[in-house]
Design a protein around this ligand. Structure first.
Ligand code: C2E
Ligand code: CA
Ligand code: CA
Length: 649
């Protein structure tokens, strides 16, 4: 606000120069009366005339002095007021809060700099606005519009009472963001007691509110996908269960776990894995009614809450829709990826069901679906719980199996497709369980991986395989000496201890390092290609050979493949299965073989079961074969019998 200026005339300096003028006139008057006064009046009245004249001059002089003093004082007062007004304005503009004064119709009379900044308005624009207008959108803290009658200015105008600390949001004129303020309004009255002005102050709380919203997001939302997280899901589920009985309808939980997500994460990297999760979350949302909740529990696990289901079929229909929506490929770094989900559905009709039990039931059903193959769905039935219990038991037994010497290695021959002779062996672990008999590795290796038990188990495998191979080298001589392949799991490969384990085992036995081959799956190698490359270089430096196992099932990048110091590619059994049956597999095997040759690598085909497959592989120039056609994996004693026979295929 600019100070109102007073008229110029009021501010002019008083005519001080007139004072000496009057003194001169007074002296002249005395002289005049004394010299010639008697000529006009006679002696008697001379003194009176003199006094009268002097008195007149004195009155005029006094009047002038009075006027002078008054004008001086007024001018001085004006300056003081002006200075105060200017100071006050500076002060208002320095305040960290916005202030404004409106008239009784809501028009702006005054506002400070902070207020203009807060709204992103120019002073002229702010003054032409009708601040009470219902079209002026104001939000409540929960994001819903605030009723015009609830807004502080309007309330103060209507009720004539002070309104304090109402939090509201308005749109910033310039950048369109929502800004938030804590607003107070104080009415002022005219002489008749009517509200004629309102003073409004507002404190900018946008930052604080953003922090609060952040906190709410952190507490209830999954950062990556913005879906509700476990906490929010469990809260909603608990409420839904409570409503279940009242409405005589069911509540259901669908538990989803992505199949082979680990492969994507391992071979394409975590960033791509994250992209995939975001896309999956979007698709899931698209399959649901607005009232259903889909949440991410963590990792690649999602849950969906259905309320008011009439029959279990309603839940199954959604599961079907989810499966359908996953059929379209996902685009990751311009690569098409196909993903499926295994799903488990659990239903509750009783209000006494605990939310966590219901989620666990759905999870158990999902595990069952997964065990039956990828992309399936199972409905929970109580007998499934016993299987979950079994998993728990196995974990305990697995911990004790090492001490009790329950592991044993089987050996499967690796056959040269040129000579038909046994060139080496692959060591394959078995668990000789006291009650369950021989447990195949796929039933416990994943669990051992999860629990970290794979590290000590893997150490035992390396030591045992090297010990066995050393013995065979001395018992069954061959030229060149036969190799021993050992499988290394992801967790082991990451572990620094692996290098020590291997070198120690080699030192103790004196086994030739170049006769040891480590099989690492393609997906593990691609998990962190740079770290893999470094680890591989160490092994190559020790003259140990490396094999890429299950080749074709991960997502190798050719640029890395070229740099990896790998000796052999092992074509996955699934491609060998299709040899001669489907053109695609045949083409892939052919392509892998020529790729390997061009990179200077050897090729092993695993899972050869028929002579036809063997012949085709020979025709394709494959170097090495492995499979039931030659021999199943054998215990050491039977493997020795085979070595003694030294068969030729
Ligand atoms: P893998 O490394 O791909 O091993 C090949 C699997 O294919 C073995 O299954 C083998 O018995 C099987 N196989 C070989 N030829 C044929 C065939 O002609 N037909 C069929 N149907 N199967 C064939 P196994 O022994 O059950 O091992 C399964 C997986 O367990 C292995 O797959 C490997 O990933 C893992 N594994 C086995 N031993 C170890 C170990 O000591 N350490 C680690 N980390 N993993 C191991
Ligand atoms: Ca293998
Ligand atoms: Ca394999």
């Amino acid at each position: 606000m600019t100070p109102t200026h007073l008229p110029k005339t009021f501010r002019r300096r008083p005519p001080l120069w007139m004072v000496p003028l009057f003194a001169v006139v007074a002296v002249l008057w005395v002289f005049f009366v004394w010299r010639w006064g008697a000529r006009f009046t006679g002696d008697a009245s001379l003194v009176g005339l003199l006094l009268l004249g002097l008195g007149g001059i004195g009155v005029v002089a006094a009047l002038m002095i009075h006027t002078h003093v008054r004008t001086s004082l007024a001018a001085a007062g004006q300056t003081v007021r002006e200075d105060a007004e200017r100071d006050f304005e500076v002060f208002l503009n320095l305040l960290p809060v916005g202030t404004e004064i409106t008239d009784a119709t809501g028009r702006l009379l005054y506002c400070n700099q902070k207020a203009l900044e807060f709204f992103g308005l120019s002073e002229t624009a702010a003054k032409t606005l009708d601040w009470t207008h219902p079209d002026f959108l104001v939000l409540q803290p929960d994001g819903n519009p605030m009723e015009p009658s609830d807004r502080p200015l309007n309330r103060a105008l209507l009720t004539g009472r002070r309104v304090q600390d109402v939090v509201l949001g308005v749109e910033h004129e310039k950048d369109g963001d929502w800004v938030w303020a804590s607003v107070s309004a104080e009415p002022r009255f005219d002489e008749a007691g009517r509200v004629n002005q309102v003073i409004v102050t507002f404190e900018d709380v946008t930052k604080k509110r953003t922090a609060e919203t952040e906190l709410a997001i952190q507490t209830f939302r999954d950062r990556l996908t913005s879906l509700p997280n476990r906490t929010l899901f469990m809260e909603r589920l608990a409420q839904a269960i409570l409503r279940t009985e009242r409405r005589k309808l069911s509540t259901a939980v669908l538990f989803l776990d992505m199949d082979r997500f680990k492969v994507v994460n391992d071979s394409l990297g975590h960033e791509s894995g994250d992209h995939l999760l975001v896309q999956v979350a979007k698709r899931l949302r698209g399959c649901l009614r607005p009232e259903d909740t889909v949440a991410r529990l963590g990792g690649d696990e999602f849950v969906i809450l259905f309320e008011d289901l009439i029959t279990i079929n309603d839940g199954l229909n959604v599961a079907e829709r989810v499966s359908e929506s996953m059929k379209e490929p996902f685009l990751l770094d311009s690569q098409e990826i196909y993903a499926t989900c295994s799903m488990g559905l659990a239903l509750c009709t009783l209000a006494s069901t605990s939310p966590s039990d219901l989620v666990r039931d759905a999870e158990v059903a999902m595990y069952r679906a997964k065990a039956r193959g990828e992309g399936g769905i199972e409905i929970f039935d109580p007998s499934m719980n016993s299987q979950a219990l079994e998993r728990f038991q196995i974990e305990g037994e697995l911990r004790r199996a090492l001490e009790r010497n329950e592991f044993i290695l089987f050996y499967q021959p690796l056959v040269s497709l040129r000579t038909g002779l046994i060139e080496g062996w692959e060591a394959l672990i078995r668990w000789k369980h006291p009650e369950k008999g021989m447990v195949p590795p796929l039933n416990f290796i994943p669990l051992a991986e999860e629990t970290g038990l794979i590290v000590p188990i893997g150490k035992w495998v390396i030591e045992e395989a090297i010990r066995q191979a050393t013995k065979w080298h001395s018992d069954f001589h061959s030229e060149p000496p036969r190799l021993m392949n050992v499988n290394i799991s992801g967790r082991q490969f990451q572990h620094r201890e692996l290098i020590t384990t291997v070198t120690e085992a080699l030192d103790i036995t004196g086994f030739e390092a170049s006769c040891l081959k480590l099989e690492i799956t393609e997906s593990v190698m691609m998990r962190d290609p740079l770290a893999s490359l470094e680890a591989m270089k160490v092994f190559r430096g020790l003259d140990i050979h490396l094999v890429i196992d299950d080749f074709g099932t991960g997502y190798s990048s050719l640029s890395y493949l070229k740099r990896f110091p790998v000796d052999t590619l092992k074509v996955d059994k699934s491609f060998v299965d299709g040899l001669g049956k489907d053109a695609e597999s045949t083409a892939i095997v052919g392509a892998v073989i020529s790729l390997a040759k061009s990179l200077g690598m050897r090729v092993t085909a695993e899972g050869i079961e028929t002579s036809e497959q063997l012949e085709m592989l020979r025709a394709l120039n494959c170097d090495q074969g492995q499979g039931y056609f030659f021999s199943r994996p054998l215990p050491a004693a039977q493997a020795e019998e085979l070595l003694a026979k030294n068969p030729v295929w």
